[in-house]
Design a protein around this ligand. Sequence first.
Ligand code: MV4
Length: 503
Amino acid sequence: MLRKVLIANRGEIALRVVRACRELDVRSVAVYSDADAHAPHVREADEAVHIGPSPSSESYLKGDVIIAAALTAGADAIHPGYGFLSEREWFARAVRDAGLVWIGPPAEAIAALGSKTAARTLAVAHDVPIVPGTTQALSSSEEAVAVATTFGFPVLLKAAAGGGGKGMRVVRSAAEMAGAWDAARRESQNAFGDDAVYIEKYIEGPRHVEIQVLADQYGTVISLGERECSVQRRHQKMIEEAPSIAVDPALRKRMGEAAVRAARAAGYVNAGTCEFLLDRDGAFYFLEMNTRIQVEHPVTELVTGIDLVQWQIRVASGERLPFAADIAPRGWAMECRLTSEDPVNGFLPSTGRIEYLHVPSGPGVRWDGGIETGSVVGLHYDPMLAKLIVWGTTRDQAVERMARALRELIVDGIETSREFHLRVMEDAEFRAGAIDIQWLERRLPSLLAVPAGEEELRDAAVAAALIAAGDRNGSSARGVAAAPAPAESPWEALARRQGLRRR
Ligand code: MV4
């Protein structure tokens, strides 16, 4: 077993890795920027090393500084978490070249899957279904029109070097191609330093379903089933669940086998995720493979009982996977990504000090967070503060439990997505599982407009309290905001704790 792991990350995932290390009796080393000097992940790790100023380009993205910190601290491995350096082939290679263990897939597997055209070629060769389209970059807008005509519009132009939606353009007719071609190439060049673009048939209204795989160094590769990740906005997932309401055991088996074939073909080791589109007819298409632990890994942990982060460390240590076959899910898990964004103001990032944090608990509730009372939320890093994850025996129970947990949650001092998540839990379409990748953006106006029943009552009570407060100060209700702050009444304290504001 590894003895000491340096965690090249911050926030909730750094803390998640610290916890896995502790349960395995492995020492942990945190790294931190100026902004994170007092962060929980720094305090909770056994040791911590300062690596630079607050901007991630000067700290969490400094591969050489991080490797030097690992060597100085006497670590024998690096866990990259997600984001930052986690999918950089050069970093995986540099870690290995420094004599350290990389807790992730081999640099060669990252490279093989990093190019989307290469990944599609690999998929085709191993009988993994892909969306109809090319496995080669195209050379001109005219060629793109010619190819599109063979399988019909609409089509998607995608960045060969890409992923995550950057450099992607929907093209609905030949007339639109030239403009979309230039835009896709420009965006790909800017995002990835590579302007190669290829083409796929555009699938309308699919779900985003992904398969978790786990592979050891001895050729054992297993599927841990799917996650449903369709509830997203601008390529940012907001809610994930496992299993997917759209996947039955037969489909799970076929998708799992396809994912395992893709992982084997790439020489994959460690935890990874195959992303698929699942269309309305139940056909699935491989999109790409993510070569890291993902934000939403806990929902898989809760339905399989397998600690993915511990197994990342154990597999990297050279242990064999002891699981005989693919694991079937038990019950239902759901995750909400709590962000410091204000949904009613177009998800504008919110900053400030967390004046008070009350974390939900009770049956079936898990909190993977990187914040505490007193944390200062700035603009240097991703707005995700924490993940609230629940387990229930059925999907309905998981939804009810999530709603209950969201009501217990109090975050004072900054705006968060809490109430937005609560509204999703109360939404009839969401409850019916009638979701696809466009659902959230389609439903957003009504989600934000209709007050959730219980919240509406609370709003009314708060409005009354504010008016009463204004009256005590001898001002009109309209002038409440300008009145000097009166001593806090119980109603006002309630309003503050609930994080309510006037809409
Ligand atoms: C697609 C698609 C429809 N048809 N490919 C977006 C990110 C990248 N991983 C792949 N993406 C998509 N590829 C075809 N042929 C729709 C998307 C897509 C999407 C996919 C997964 C999750 C969210 C999404 C949001 C918009 C578009």
